[in-house]
Ligand binder design. Structure first.
Ligand code: SAM
Length: 220
């Protein structure tokens, strides 16, 4: 059955605002509700890919907190923080650790319109020393109260909405930022998730879609 035109156009609208050069890397954020809240914020800001490492081997399952947003985000897991950071660097990302050190800059002083990854640390012990040394800089959200840190998902939201503000000002949401191949691939997968799996299993290319999302060409 074809996707409903209304849903298809909504998917297109969302995909056309996704920012492939803005991402988050979580280092052992292990509480499912925190990870889910981060993913939900990423969806709202227009992030498509989230990177994660989890030394416990078990990836936290999503809770109701995500409100289904995990369906619209690609979660990439890496075996360890070094691998994750070198992968992001190879993709031209500057990586900023949300981390408390003497050299931390106010998070508003970063140019998030450049390819940027935000590293967020674990609930209890924060960003590891290894990771802190490998990144391009440290950022901090000024804390003026009695408590020394924010919940990790709150910190993510504060920083990511500053990134969104800067990108809106630069009109980076006004034209589609995904390359055409990835755009069409994801458009099909989000419109026809079950069919997409069937095509993948057969090793076949996805068919083309018509103006309202109807499948117009079956591959032989
Ligand atoms: N005791 C930990 C520490 O010293 O880093 C606190 C960890 S905090 C609850 C979890 C993560 O949230 C941190 O690693 C950091 O990435 C982020 N975070 C929380 N508050 C922040 C703030 N004010 N500025 C920057 N990042 C913050």
């Amino acid at each position: 059955m074809n996707v409903l035109p209304k849903r298809y156009h909504r998917i297109k609208q969302v995909l056309e605002k996704r920012q492939p050069d803005l991402t988050v890397l979580t280092e052992d954020v292990h509480k499912p509700h925190n990870l889910s809240a981060i993913i939900r914020t990423c969806d709202a800001v227009g992030i498509l890919d989230v990177h994660s490492i989890n030394e416990t081997d078990e990836f936290p399952t999503f809770s109701q907190v995500s409100q289904g947003s995990d369906k619209w985000i690609f979660l990439h897991t890496h075996p360890d923080i070094k691998t994750a950071i070198s992968y992001l660097k190879s993709q031209n990302f500057s990586i900023y650790a949300a981390h408390f050190t003497e050299k931390s800059l106010d998070y508003r002083h970063i140019d998030y319109t450049q390819p940027t990854a935000i590293l967020l640390g674990a609930e209890k012990w924060g960003v590891t020393e290894d990771a802190a040394e490998l990144v391009d800089g440290h950022i901090i959200i000024p804390m003026l109260g009695m408590v020394q840190s924010l919940n990790v998902s709150v910190a993510a939201a504060v920083i990511l909405f500053e990134a969104q503000r800067q990108r809106l000002a630069k009109k980076m949401y006004d034209t589609c930022r995904l390359n055409s191949d990835r755009y069409h691939e994801i458009l099909f997968e989000w419109s026809y998730p079950n069919l997409a799996t069937a095509y993948q299993n057969k090793g076949e290319k996805y068919p083309s879609l018509g103006e309202n999302g109807q499948i117009i060409q079956e591959n032989s």
